[in-house]
Design a protein around this ligand. Structure first.
Ligand code: PGA
Length: 287
């Protein structure tokens, strides 16, 4: 995973930026912490879409476009389980990471229909999405389950992409900060500092997922900065290095504005990841 972040620090971007007011140490510290050590990532969550044949086609289409987009961006694709083996093989040498969309909470045994983190990792998969709102909502995933899944992921060297986000009712009641704090505290706070250093977080407001409604860039920045602040309460400066992705109806038309925000390090993309041109258009937001 390369760590080259081409975004300019906010204090440089701001008109009439107050660089003089900051001493050199502070500038260096901020630049290094925020802009050198955080990867930019665009991850495609394919959900339960595409047959294996269609998935391979989609993946090949993405590979074909890779050379046309900024090399500063790391791509990840998370296809359905049935596609993983083939797509991992095709991904070799492309620099594109492959993730699963879920893993079992247990290591092995009589859990019909489940797939363990070990099975997934043995295919050469590097990432696993955990705590997606669809898993929380339709499959009853709780913090208790997610703590077990995180432990399985780390035990098998998978990097978790841990999703948090509030639903519409919670947003309208002004509870979004409390909701994400709870989702972070109940799971992420149980990690060791070493585990935490590998974690990727995705903020995905449930009301924006697949609805065509996106959080505004300012709303995204506000809550990303808040998540980073909560992480810092437990992990200190290491929180400056945590990649926090935005997800929820991210499209080529809105990605640039959202990704330009200081605490937004890329996106977790659903619907728009199923079309090569849209996925590429989103990655182009970094150009
Ligand atoms: P969407 O999904 O881009 O289709 O809204 C995002 C996600 O659920 O990861």
């Amino acid at each position: 995973m390369q760590k080259v972040n081409t975004k300019l620090p906010a204090f440089v971007r701001q008109e009439g930026g107050s660089m003089e007011q900051k001493n050199l140490d502070q500038i260096i510290r901020e630049t290094v912490a925020r802009y050198m050590n955080r990867s930019l990532i665009v991850a495609g969550n394919w959900k339960m879409n595409t047959t294996p044949v269609e998935g391979v086609e989609l993946f090949k289409g993405i590979v074909a476009k890779k050379g046309e987009v900024c090399s500063c961006v790391n791509f990840i694709v998370a296809p359905p389980f049935t596609h993983l083996s083939e797509i991992v093989k095709l991904s070799r040498g492309t620099g594109i990471g492959v993730g699963a969309q879920n893993c079992a909470a247990e290591a092995k045994g009589a859990y019909t229909g489940e797939l363990s983190a070990e099975m997934i990792a043995s295919l050469g998969v590097e990432y696993v999405i955990l705590g997606h709102s669809e898993r929380r909502q339709y499959y009853g995933e709780t913090s208790e389950t997610l703590n077990k899944k995180m432990a399985q992921a780390y035990a098998n060297n998978l990097t978790p992409i841990y999703c948090v986000g509030e639903n519409l009712e919670e947003r309208e009641a002004g509870k979004h900060f409390d909701v994400v704090r709870q989702q972070v505290e109940e799971v992420v706070f149980n990690l060791t500092p070493e585990q935490f250093s590998k974690l990727i977080i995705a903020y995905e407001p449930v009301w924006a997922i697949g609805t065509g409604k996106t959080a505004t860039a300012d709303q995204a920045q506000e809550i990303h900065a808040y998540i980073r602040k909560v992480l810092a309460e437990k992990f200190g400066d290491a929180a400056n290095e945590t990649v926090i992705l935005y997800g929820g109806s991210c499209k080529p038309a809105n990605a640039a504005e959202i990704f330009a925000k200081e605490d937004v390090d890329g996106g977790l993309i659903g619907g728009a990841a199923l079309k090569v041109s849209d996925f590429k258009g989103i990655i182009d937001a970094f150009n």
